[in-house]
Write a new protein. Structure first.
Length: 712
RNA sequence: GGCGAGGUAGCUCAGUUGGUUAGAGCACAGGAUUCAUAACCCUGAGGUCCCGGGUUCAAAUCCCGGUCUCGCUACCA
């Protein structure tokens, strides 16, 4: 494969509405950082960009909730996240932010360019509008009952209880969070990116050209999207937080956050160029640039379908690969900040790295474990016991121990200097060691080029393991006992220690992309400059000059104690319990005010008696019930209303078995307009009561009465 | 329901285009050793490759059906 002229590496822009957890770290930032450090050790021309994603509707919502401003929120989290990355050794060349004027300018230009060439469409649709607040309502500003789990505080874009993504139209009893009123529908015009026009391009590019060199999950998901039929996607919103729509008719509208965020990679590159007196253009325009996006699997569609279409239209290069990682679970459950079931980067830094017995070595410990269980091909699981085992069993026992015993012996048996080689006593073991180093380097290089960071790191540890075996066979401590009787003993000791020392230097080079702080500390021990870590030096056995005095031994890592692990587990459970209790109390406290906190659906606007009189409620008896084919939630019911039997569909299949509800008397809205679902016409609606847990109950007369009885 | 990705040792995972006896690390058991952070080194035990069929001289691998987990998506008056 031809070496690219330059590299542009991106890591997903973190959303600046809160702290980021170690799942994010393992998903995108750590693998990206490893790759970049490797490329830089190769002396390649590479820029590593990232930054805060600061737009979207969630941030102003959160601001309202917390009684602050959107600006205040991003100004709070942007620097914390940036610092967290630094503390964990994620070395971006630039950590930019999308609230920066340079980004607004870049995104505006991008939009105008596409618009002026007719690559966008406009469409007028009805959107929810809050008449009292005189504003269109973003998805996040609408709350209602989740159609999936029945949670009655679901947002218009997602239910935070069950995690399902929604559209505002799906919500039952939608309410504006601004005024508490039911929203009305009103016409608005928006710009759309017609993805459907680019299906052929995507098919060829993804499903033909990259079907073999991209990860199966990535190609699979893209295929699923393309096969499902691509639709035009709105790129603007009625909102005042974000990049203003820069063309006529764009008043009061901003670019949709997913449109503006990836352009953040470009503005970040521009800012980097300004800071370093470089030209940014070749990084986005020259086909000899290799562009790689590191993301989590939730971002696949944006980086593999939508953004590439935008880039193609704008005349930019396309990503050469998008190595998306799966998710990392935690102690048997999904990571979730809102449920308290997560480890924030900030928490880890404060509890481990900034402790007295912590330091940068603890940053590398986390990097090591996260990479060793990186979810490269399937979801993986972080456990504190696993963390302890990985650190104590591999980093400390194999890797650091090899370095330490080398250093101790070298000081005891070789006066703390690099001993010379006695060629006449070199044997097969020595040659095998040198060969193994060269082979390992090739193996690691190949794995890194294929984004297999977990395996690559394992190879480094394996090389250290080989060092231990080598030393075990040579037994210099035994030779040392025979110095008086065996005239060749010192020469053999020298050869062994020389090999171990050169191996240590090689280990420093090879571990550097993964554990940069450790590599640096090893350089300190060896009294060499950072330049020694350049990749081309790996495989050489003359990195440390004979006669050179080295520093006294120093431990690279400390062990992780059982008590520390127990404390973390206890803390995790306590956090989750605290959040749970908090959610429960806010959901059941009737004294709390407003739909925001009570968990009880807000009262609908007042109606007059005539409105109520229009509804014809009847008692009916369920005579037949069966599941609707190809639908998870629908039951098809035959209900006896006395004067007739009719088919009614109800979304209760997750709550009741069909055979259990036959014979039940229920309340029916008998004069509701018929509606087809899954091809079956439903004539009416069954009333259900729902408790705070989302459990459903039939609304029935207290005693059995004649079917068809009216209710008023 | 549709689509996508997974299911391999107690745990975490490898297994290239079908090809000897299915591998590694951790954990476990035994041994050896003492330079080293109770570290290292050697040996060992441990598997119905989710289930059932099929193709083949030969299947963890290919085909069909089923099942479980995760993700996307549809259904909710």
């Amino acid at each position: 494969m031809k070496t690219p002229k330059r590299y542009l590496i991106t890591a997903a822009l973190p959303y600046a509405n809160g702290l980021k957890h170690i799942g994010h770290l393992a998903g995108a930032y750590l693998p990206a950082d490893i790759y970049v450090r490797y490329l830089k050790a190769q002396k390649r021309d590479v820029v590593f960009v990232c930054g805060s994603d600061e737009h979207g509707t969630a941030i102003p919502i959160q601001a309202t909730k917390e009684g602050t401003t959107a600006q205040a929120i991003i100004d709070k989290y942007h620097p914390i996240i940036e610092q967290n990355f630094k503390d964990l050794g994620i070395a971006f060349d630039i950590y930019h932010r999308t609230s920066d004027p340079l980004h607004h300018e870049t995104a505006s230009e991008f939009f105008k360019d596409l618009e002026s060439r007719g690559d966008l469409e406009t469409k007028t649709t009805e959107q929810y509008f809050d008449a009292q607040a005189n504003t269109f309502l973003a998805d996040r500003y609408i709350k209602g009952t989740c159609p999936n789990c029945g949670h009655n505080e679901a947002y218009g874009d997602q239910c935070e209880k069950c995690g399902k993504s929604l559209s505002p139209e799906e919500l039952i009893n939608p309410v504006s969070t601004l005024s508490g009123n039911a929203p009305i529908k009103k016409e608005t015009t928006h710009w759309y990116l017609p993805l459907n026009r680019h299906e052929d391009f995507l098919r060829k590019w993804l499903l033909e050209e990259h079907v073999n060199d991209w990860r199966p999950a990535v190609v699979g998901q893209c295929k699923s999207w393309i096969e499902g039929g691509l639709q035009p996607r709105a790129v603007t919103r009625d909102l005042d937080w974000g990049v203003k729509v820069p063309v006529a008719g764009g008043d009061g509208k901003v670019l949709y956050v997913w449109f503006d965020a990836p352009i953040g990679y470009i503005s970040a590159t521009k800012q980097w160029a300004i800071n370093n007196d470089k030209d940014w253009k070749p990084y986005w325009n020259d086909p000899e640039t290799k562009l790689v996006h590191f993301i989590g699997k939730d971002n696949i569609v944006f980086h593999c379908i939508i953004f590439p279409v935008m880039l193609k239209l704008h005349g930019n290069i396309l990503p050469e690969n998008v190595p998306a990682n799966e998710f990392m679970n935690l102690e048997g459950d999904k990571m979730s900040t809102s449920r308290g079931w997560s480890i924030e980067m900030d928490d880890y830094i404060n509890k481990w790295i900034k402790k007295e017995n912590g330091g940068e070595a603890l940053a590398d410990c986390l990097r090591f474990y996260l990479n060793s269980i990186a979810p490269e091909s399937k979801d993986s699981e972080f456990t504190w016991k696993g963390f302890q085992d990985a650190v104590n069993g591999e980093l400390v026992s194999i890797f650091a121990n090899f370095v330490n015993r080398t250093w101790v012996l070298m000081h005891k048996l070789c006066n703390g200097k690099v001993p010379k080689i006695h060629i006449e006593y070199l044997d097969d073991e020595d040659n095998a060691l040198l060969l193994a180093v060269k082979e390992t380097k090739e193996k690691i290089t190949a794995l890194l080029e294929q984004y297999k960071f977990r395996d690559a790191q394992f190879e480094v540890i394996n090389l250290a393991r080989l060092g231990n075996q080598y030393m075990q066979k040579k037994e210099p401590w035994i030779l040392a006992k025979n110095l008086d009787t065996d005239p060749t003993a010192q020469a053999k000791i020298d050869n062994c220690m020389h090999g171990c020392l050169q191996l240590t230097a090689n280990l420093a080079i090879l571990i550097n992309p993964f554990l940069p702080f450790t590599a640096k500390k090893m350089c300190h021990l060896m009294k060499v400059v950072d330049r020694m870590l350049e990749w081309e030096n790996a495989g050489n056995f003359n990195l440390l000059k004979v006669g050179y005095t080295l520093r006294p031994p120093e431990l690279l890592f400390r062990k992780i104690e059982d008590e520390e692990i127990a404390a973390e587990l206890a803390q995790l459970k306590a956090n989750a319990d605290a959040k749970k209790t908090k959610m429960e109390t806010t959901n059941t406290n009737p004294a709390a005010e407003g739909a925001e906190t009570t968990g009880v659906a807000a009262l609908k606007p007042e109606i007059v008696f005539d409105d109520f009189g229009k509804i014809d409620l009847r008692v009916g008896t369920i005579v037949e019930a069966k599941k609707v084919e190809k639908a998870d939630k629908l039951l098809e019911l035959l209900v006896d209303l006395g004067f007739e039997k009719r088919t009614i569909l109800s979304g209760i299949a997750m709550h009741f078995n069909p055979e259990d509800i036959v014979g039940k008397q229920v309340t029916i809205v008998a004069n509701l307009a018929p509606r087809k679902m899954r091809g079956i016409e439903s004539k009416g609606m069954i009333l259900m009561a729902e408790d705070a847990q989302g459990k459903l109950y039939f609304v029935s007369p207290s005693e059995a009465i004649a079917a068809g009885s009216s209710i008023a």
